[in-house]
Design a protein around this ligand. Structure first.
Ligand code: C5P
Length: 402
């Protein structure tokens, strides 16, 4: 899968740099052309000679070669690359990448790269656990970069914890999967809910909301194009484009939506609950059209609707990934986090009505993903299909790190 691919291998100054030699070798063996860029401190850990011998290309560390004055164009390299892999990525380089601190050839090339970027962090457990590292990794994810999570085990400090760079074989596998014809979610079954629910008052009237279904339909399409086998359970919406690979189940009420979800849930690997389910239904629904009275108003009695996400969360198995949405107007992160734990979700996608570009009926959204370990990724305002792609990339990363 990597035959003929142009790969920039960025090496930064951490002890795991010794593994980069093996990574370069495996990439070359897989047929890739590899250009190594090292940060100045990486040279303290592994020599450029080792890397250039393995790749057959001079290693680049500086913007120009001092004795010849040859200029290395980060822009040309960024265009040349089919992928950029930074392994190991230290906390320092991750921070520079997150904030655009382009003070070396590696970060400058990263900022110019058009190709997908894969980042394999490696550091001591306390550095890995520091809030600034999590925040910077979240920023990188929000830019669309792929994070190859470090593993847990004995570290260079002899402490035991999370921070070991993923093994080179596995990094090559992640890249091969990315480029392979087989899509990343092939063989996975996904369930998406979308749109509003309508709760009938009588045969001609209902209680509903303004959800357009745009977000949920975009998520269903993005999951299908990543290869998942998608069932979309949709409340009443109109005018949404749906990929022909998505199986659509149309429902009207929350109870119908719950039943349709329960029918498929046991077979599902990924569920994204983006429907705006009505909180209440009408307990005294009339079978005949309610007549307008001259002197009184009808008394509509409400009953609570079941919480579909929480119902699925109650029987969630280890292999199942359950993601909900939270539309909030105040105290956003706290409210979303409460919902995440109350419904036993793995992650929740928060959109705040206070953010310009977020909400019902419009074509853009601004999301923040919060996971059950408290990690927060805030994305900029994007079109709903782009937001769906970000969410599906997040799901792909969750599944490959599960
Ligand atoms: O509690 P709240 O309605 O804000 O939670 C929003 C999340 O829960 C969304 O993912 C929504 O689709 C889901 N939900 C549900 N069934 C309900 C209410 C909300 O699945 N009855």
């Amino acid at each position: 899968m990597l035959k003929g691919k142009h790969i920039i291998l960025g090496v930064t100054g951490g002890i795991a740099a010794y593994k980069s030699a093996q990574l370069a070798r495996l990439l070359i063996k897989a047929g890739a052309e590899v250009q190594v860029i090292m940060t100045p401190s990486a040279r303290e850990f592994i020599t450029p000679l080792t890397m250039s011998t393995l790749t057959g290309k001079p290693v680049i560390t500086e913007f120009f070669t001092a004795n010849t004055g040859e200029w290395h164009s980060h822009v040309d390299l960024g265009i040349w690359a089919d992928a950029m892999v930074i392994a190991p990525a230290t906390a320092c380089t991750i921070g520079k990448m997150a904030h655009g601190v382009a003070d070396n050839m590696l970060v400058t090339t990263y900022l110019s790269a058009k190709a997908p970027v894969f980042v394999a962090p490696a550091m001591d457990l306390d550095m890995m656990a520091h809030p600034s590292t999590s925040a910077n990794l979240s920023l990188l994810r929000s830019y669309g970069n792929h994070i190859i999570e470090p593993t847990s085990g004995e570290l260079a400090s002899h402490l035991i914890g999370k921070g070991r760079m993923e093994e080179p074989e596995r990094i090559v596998q992640v890249l091969s999967d990315y480029f392979s014809e087989s899509k990343p979610l092939k063989g996975k079954r996904a369930l998406v809910t979308a749109g509003p629910t309508y709760e009938r008052i009588d045969p001609v009237r209902y209680i509903g909301n303004f959800s357009s279904g745009k977000m949920g339909y975009s998520v269903a399409n993005a999951l299908a194009s990543a290869g998942a086998d998608v069932t979309l359970v949709s409340g009443p919406v109109s005018g949404q484009n749906l990929s022909k690979n998505v199986c659509l189940i149309k429902v009207e009420s929350a109870i119908e939506m719950l039943n349709a979800c329960k029918d498929v849930w046991h077979d599902v690997d990924i569920a994204v609950m983006s429907a705006a389910v009505a909180d209440y239904r009408v307990a005294n629904q009339s079978q005949c059209k309610i007549k307008r009275e001259r002197d009184s108003v009808p008394n509509i009695v409400l009953a609570k609707n079941p919480d579909i996400a929480a119902t699925l969360g109650g029987t969630k198995k280890d292999h199942q990934l359950l993601i909900g949405f939270a539309l909030e107007t105040d105290n956003e992160v706290q409210n979303a986090t409460d919902k995440l734990s109350r419904k036993n979700l793995d992650a929740i996608v928060l959109n705040s009505l206070r953010d310009a570009g977020s909400g019902f009926g419009i074509d853009t959204n601004k999301i923040t993903i919060i996971d059950k370990t408290g990690n927060i990724i805030a994305y900029p305002v994007k079109s709903k299909p782009e937001v769906a792609t970000d969410l599906v990339n997040y799901i792909i990363d969750c599944i490959s790190n599960k």
